[in-house]
Write a protein that binds this ligand. Structure first.
Ligand code: AP5
Length: 208
């Protein structure tokens, strides 16, 4: 398995699943959201441009994303793409570098998206993901893994979550049909427990 794409609305569990799946299958985890947040934190030219869009819950322009990703793709690497592609133009750009073997689609309704994202907390140090409702840390405000401080992402505010969901439906959801037509789509029930979703994903990839 060389190139696996994770699709799904914001908060559907792509990042949570990607961490476990990449480790188990020996895939390199490439999250465009994480790459962009790193650029923002370092205040690079790309980071400063991307921040304007991310703060509003809009997509960063395709050409910036494709340039950022292109240098990390090649035929001899096995990757798990998390949050990319997000538009048909990005999907076509990806195909200039690699072909997609499987697209895992995490299905989750809008109410659950809002519930999960409002309760998400992330470690400032190691990036570990928590959820005050479903996966709380042992000590309030502290990461179980490294003791780092937990924070709420700026784009996890209610008005930005609503915008991100709207943008997902408009720009990203057509990719589900796109990959179904290519015969590589596997739909997963994203409303299950993290373990349950992980088991579904392994089975969809033939590793149950
Ligand atoms: P990005 O960081 O990719 O955000 P996203 O796609 O909106 O996804 P999230 O990270 O919010 O959620 P997730 O699906 O990974 O869920 P998670 O596992 O964290 O992108 C951010 C921004 O960057 C975009 O808005 C855009 O501006 C820009 N961007 C990024 N990529 C781009 C691209 N390709 N093109 C253009 N712009 C781009 O889980 C969420 C919460 O739920 C956590 O608290 C977690 O603990 C919990 N949880 C996870 N799984 C479960 C479960 N099964 N049951 C219960 N709780 C669960």
């Amino acid at each position: 398995m060389k190139t696996v794409v994770l699709l799904g609305p914001p908060g559907s569990g792509k990042g949570t699943l990607a961490l476990r799946l990449a480790g188990r299958l020996g895939l390199e985890h490439l999250s465009t959201g994480d790459l962009l947040r790193d650029e923002v934190a370092r205040a690079t030219v790309l980071g400063r441009r991307a921040k304007e869009y991310m703060d509003r819950g809009e997509l960063v322009p395709d050409e910036l994303i494709l340039d950022m990703v292109a240098e990390r793709l090649s035929d001899d690497r096995s990757v798990l793409l998390d949050g990319f592609p997000r538009t048909l133009a990005q999907a076509k750009g990806l195909e200039e570098h690699v072909s997609v073997d499987k697209a895992l689609y995490l299905e989750l309704g809008q109410d659950e998206v809002v519930r999960r994202l409002s309760a998400r907390r992330v470690c400032k140090e190691c990036g570990a993901n928590y959820n005050l409702l479903t996966q709380p840390p042992a000590e309030e405000g502290r990461c179980d893994r490294c003791g780092g401080e937990l924070y709420q992402r700026g784009d996890d505010k209610p008005e930005v979550i609503a915008k991100r969901y709207e943008v997902y439906v408009r720009d990203s959801s057509p990719l589900v049909e796109y990959y179904r037509e290519q015969g590589v789509l596997e739909s997963l029930d994203g409303s299950g427990s993290p373990d349950g979703v992980y088991q579904q994903a392994l089975s969809a990839l033939g590793h149950a």
